[in-house]
Design a protein around this ligand. Sequence first.
Ligand code: NAD
Length: 234
Amino acid sequence: MRTVVISGASSGIGEATAARFHRAGDHVVNLDVRPPRPGSAVRWVPADVADWSATEQALADVHQERGRIDVVIANAGISVRHGVLDISEADARRVCDVNLLGVLGLWRAAARHMVRQGEGVLLATASVNGLRGYPFYADYNATKAGVVALCRTFALELSPHIRTACVSPGAVLTPMQEAEYTGDMLDEVNRRIPAGRHAAPEEIADAFFYLASPEARFLTGQELVIDGGETAGA
Ligand code: NAD
């Protein structure tokens, strides 16, 4: 039974990923600012990933209780739609604090435990938005490219004992994504995806499960794009 910590597991991709590991018999801890849906079998620890001392304390508590931390998935993320002329400083700083520095803080805290135990896997949710331009999400896009840079750097500094990887999803039907859509935008986006549809959160969860497994033992410092072919022709 592995000890697996996932941020942002009260909703969407994180929730599906927590369920995937829980089903496999792993001990899963969800760090989220919001509570999970009623009936969730996964343990929730309230924490804001932008607050490094909060995530550090949460991981220290998990480590003390479980004796080890095997897998950490930095998944919590937010987005704000705004044009580059109108981005507010407060919004941009919050997006960076959560999506980029939140990953760095959580990974740093986890890596300190993993280095002592001699092994561990650090995973994160990036996005195809880090791979190419998407209008109205300048700060979000930059944070996602930054997460891939963190992934490469941690791999170089902490190999061979610690592995890292990011999953870069294309469009996934989650509350975050649905909140962005008005009118027939959903169908419009589906038409742009070669697979003809959005991913289900479970399809991203399966990728995380693979990346954390021994089957991925020679994979580190890499970004795995799961986008139904959206960026294949880009
Ligand atoms: P979601 O809004 O359904 O879930 C995000 C979860 O993160 C929520 O439970 C929220 O409470 C939590 N969260 C937000 N800020 C937090 C903070 N500061 N500290 C702790 N928890 C926090 O969104 P989702 O679509 O499942 O997104 C998950 C990740 O996937 C994000 O990093 C997002 O950028 C990325 N992503 C999503 C899509 C998509 O199409 N949905 C595509 C590519 C990447």
